[in-house]
Design a protein around this ligand. Structure first.
Ligand SMILES: *[C@@H]1O[C@H](CO)[C@@H](O)[C@H](O)[C@H]1NC(C)=O
Ligand SMILES: *[C@@H]1O[C@H](CO)[C@@H](O)[C@H](O)[C@H]1NC(C)=O
Ligand SMILES: *[C@@H]1O[C@H](CO)[C@@H](O)[C@H](O)[C@H]1NC(C)=O
Ligand SMILES: *[C@@H]1O[C@H](CO)[C@@H](O)[C@H](O)[C@H]1NC(C)=O
Ligand SMILES: *[C@@H]1O[C@H](CO)[C@@H](O)[C@H](O)[C@H]1NC(C)=O
Ligand SMILES: *[C@@H]1O[C@H](CO)[C@@H](O)[C@H](O)[C@H]1NC(C)=O
Ligand SMILES: *[C@@H]1O[C@H](CO)[C@@H](O)[C@H](O)[C@H]1NC(C)=O
Ligand SMILES: *[C@@H]1O[C@H](CO)[C@@H](O)[C@H](O)[C@H]1NC(C)=O
Ligand SMILES: *[C@@H]1O[C@H](CO)[C@@H](O)[C@H](O)[C@H]1NC(C)=O
Length: 649
């Protein structure tokens, strides 16, 4: 025969007398402290046994076997129970009905544990059932929290409380729900394995702001003072919702800067700093600082902080600008150009903020001032005036830098207007002055005679001198020669000058009248036909050392009948003189061209007589004039006066 042991709840139906010792009670049951619990229980014993003096039973705590002396929770035969159960237990079931349901009241934590039932049918028919009900005594309700709470996804939180005390029915309330968005509550009563649980489910959609918020479940029994609370803190996962970085900023080159990034996310993100497309630094944290030392312009650019916590990615960028003074500009090499050419000078630099670029020629502004990293100075059709020292100056608020170059302009010879022929006593003196680069070579051509003069020979005194890009040549025509129709000397002198860029030949004009007379009249000899005098124009040039290597000055100044002029250059140690001397002595006209290097008392005294500083540019002209030009050309010098002029500057 079979004994039908029903493991399924509640109804225990005894089918057959052949059933064995068996019991049914809930494996687990719980209760709140200070409340009560009913442990439902049914048992069976073999049907062959007939109870002698009724059915008895004992509830033990911890162990089923009396030999181990477990605490007696309840005993049907006597009222003797263990101290801790005194007055707390009551058998609700009828043992004769095989109903061993037990009530334990006023439960304390010490009552947690296993409860065993032992049936006593009479005589030797005593049996400790090995099955037990395990009681859990709770001082808090439990809350079922999903493993993961994600922002913006609906969340269900359930609070449970056992409801196994028939006299006391719990109620559940959620706490701190005031600021939850649209919370919904629902109560449910669950019965399972003959034990009951009351639950209350809270439904709402959490937001990132609810992360860390406390929520509570409060259980209380009406008409009692019993209150149980359980608090939880919400751990709401959310993707980065803000990535804070510094505002775009500026730093000076060589300084240090620290960029901060803070990401608001849960859990903390993998936070990283990117520069352009390169990751510089990362960490798993809510904030990350990027320190840049000794910043250079290379560090300028977009910095992006990226936060990624698995729930989402977010980034924020900033621009770091690096300020620095202009770099030394890069300009073209010094160059030599031929006049008429066009050229573009490039000046490039870097600087932040963008520098202004200025071109200076010999210290003077040329072109336009531009802001930026490149300035092009265009020179269209170069003329000799463009020859010089060019400087490109880059400036910004942090500093300045410049680079220079020289432009040398080469050009065909140009005749200077001082060139002319002058009637002097017994002849004609012609001076030809031309500039050019390379310096021109000058020759005189006398077409009447079909003669080209480029050096002194027996018939002509020829003098040439070059100073910088200026060449001076002078010729003295000693012959009386033929007379022109007007009685003056027939002069037909061409000045021919050339360099590699050109050749030019010009007929020199014959000049007789004085251009000006600023004079101190030193005497008048009226009516005297011939008074010839020395007109001395002395230029005394004292140059200091610095000027010595600079561009040579054009020393030669020729006024009207320049009977005499000299150019004197002084060294510091050595007086070097280039003397061009023409003398008129009485009616005898001699022209002496000489270049001396030695001491020359005649001329040196002019300098010292004038009492002039050697270190300065000095000028003195001494001129005596009395002769009325015989040729009768227009002029003012017909009063026969003599004059002298002294200039100093
Ligand atoms: C056992 O007794 C309890 C209390 O009287 C009762 O509620 C329960 O229904 C009984 N169980 C059975 C199986 O009769
Ligand atoms: C609480 O007590 C009041 C009166 O004392 C009674 O009306 C009410 O039903 C009781 N509530 C419960 C749940 O026992
Ligand atoms: C970035 O912000 C942090 C914190 O506000 C500050 O200490 C730091 O100096 C800032 N850095 C820059 C470059 O502005
Ligand atoms: C930065 O993160 C660290 C941990 O990584 C933390 O201790 C610190 O408080 C955070 N600082 C700020 C300003 O959030
Ligand atoms: C930053 O985010 C934007 C879109 O939000 C994305 O296009 C860009 O690639 C991100 N930058 C980085 C460095 O992750
Ligand atoms: C100056 O340099 C720039 C760039 O290096 C070049 O393009 C330009 O032709 C140069 N100018 C001259 C006159 O050489
Ligand atoms: C330009 O010429 C001057 C004088 O001849 C010289 O001192 C200077 O070094 C030159 N500069 C350059 C850049 O060539
Ligand atoms: C000038 O002289 C040259 C030879 O020295 C001769 O060939 C030429 O024909 C002459 N010209 C004139 C115009 O006399
Ligand atoms: C003068 O010209 C002749 C012929 O052209 C030349 O041979 C001579 O070298 C020149 N003299 C000077 C000093 O230039």
């Amino acid at each position: 025969m079979w004994c039908l042991e029903l493991l399924l709840p509640l109804l225990l139906i005894i089918h057959d007398a052949s059933c064995q010792w068996s019991i049914w009670l809930p494996r687990d049951i719980s209760a709140m402290t200070n409340s009560c619990v009913v442990i439902p229980c049914s048992f069976m014993y073999p049907s062959g046994i007939r109870p002698i003096r009724g059915v008895h039973g004992i509830w033990y705590f911890g162990q089923p076997y009396p030999q181990l002396f477990p605490p007696v929770v309840f005993k049907s035969l006597t009222e003797v129970v263990h101290e801790s159960y005194k007055g707390r237990t009551k058998l609700l079931g009828d043992l004769n009905q095989r109903n061993c349901t037990l009530l334990i009241g006023n439960i304390g934590a010490e009552h947690s544990g296993r409860y065993y039932f032992r049936a006593d049918i009479g005589g030797a028919n005593k049996y400790s059932y090995p099955d037990f009900a395990e009681l859990k005594v709770l001082d808090q309700p439990s809350i079922d929290v999903p493993e993961e709470i994600v922002s913006d996804e609906s969340l269900e939180l359930t609070c449970y409380v056992p409801d196994n005390c028939p006299d006391m029915t719990p109620e559940i309330q959620w706490m701190y729900t005031d600021y939850l968005p649209d919370p919904a509550f629902s109560t449910e009563y669950l019965e399972e394995s003959n034990t009951a649980v009351l639950s209350n489910t809270l439904v709402f959609t959490p937001r990132p702001m609810h992360n860390g918020q406390l929520l509570g479940c409060r259980v209380y029994y009406p008409n009692t003072t019993l209150v149980y609370e359980r608090l939880i803190s919400l751990d709401v996962k959310y993707s980065p919702r803000s990535v804070w970085v510094n505002v775009s900023s500026e730093v000076m080159e060589s300084s240090s800067v620290t960029l901060h990034c803070e990401v608001d996310s849960n859990p903390p993100p993998r936070i990283s700093w990117m520069f352009e497309d390169n990751e510089l630094l990362w960490d798993t944290a809510s904030n990350l600082s990027l320190s840049l030392d000794d910043v250079t312009p290379v560090n300028e650019g977009v910095y992006t902080c990226v936060g990624d916590n698995g729930y989402g990615v977010m980034n924020t960028s900033m621009y770091l600008a690096v300020k620095y003074p202009p770099r030394e500009p890069v300009v073209n090499e010094s160059l030599t150009v031929v006049e008429g050419a066009s050229l573009a000078l490039h000046c490039s630099t870097q600087g932040s903020p963008a520098p202004t670029l200025t071109w200076l020629k010999d210290g003077e502004l040329v072109g336009t001032i531009t802001a930026g990293e490149l300035s092009v100075l265009e020179i269209v059709e170069v003329t000799p005036q463009e020859d010089g020292h060019y400087r490109c100056l880059a400036e910004n608020e942090h500093g300045r830098a410049s680079t220079s170059l020289n432009i040398t302009v080469e050009y065909a010879p140009v005749l200077l207007e001082e060139s002319k022929c002058t009637v002097v006593r017994e002849g004609v003196q012609c001076v030809c002055i031309a500039t050019g680069n390379p310096e021109p070579t000058i020759e005189f051509y006398l077409p009447d005679l079909n003669v080209t003069v480029n050096e002194t020979d027996g018939r002509y005194n020829f003098y040439t001198h070059t100073d910088g890009h200026t060449s001076t040549a002078m010729i003295k025509l000693r012959e009386k020669g033929e007379r022109a129709d007007n009685g003056g000397p027939a002069v037909n002198v061409h000045c021919s000058m050339h360099n590699i860029y050109g050749r030019e030949s010009v007929l020199l004009e014959l000049q007789q009248e004085k251009k000006y007379m600023m004079a101190v009249i030193v005497g008048t000899i009226g009516g005297v036909a011939v008074i010839a005098f020395i007109i001395a124009a002395v230029r005394y040039v004292g140059q200091n050392n610095k000027k010595e290597n600079g561009n040579p000055r054009q020393d030669v100044v020729l006024e009207n009948p320049a009977l005499y002029y000299s150019a004197v250059k002084k060294d510091k140690q050595n007086l070097r003189k280039k003397v061009l001397k023409t003398e008129l002595l009485g009616s005898k006209f001699n022209s002496i061209l000489e270049e001396t290097t030695g001491e020359d008392g005649d001329y040196q005294s002019v300098g010292s007589m004038a009492g002039l500083e050697r270190q300065e540019l000095n000028y003195a002209a001494l001129e005596f004039m009395g002769r009325r030009p015989r040729e009768g050309a227009t002029g003012r010098g017909d009063d026969g006066s003599n004059y002298t002029e002294i200039k100093a500057k």
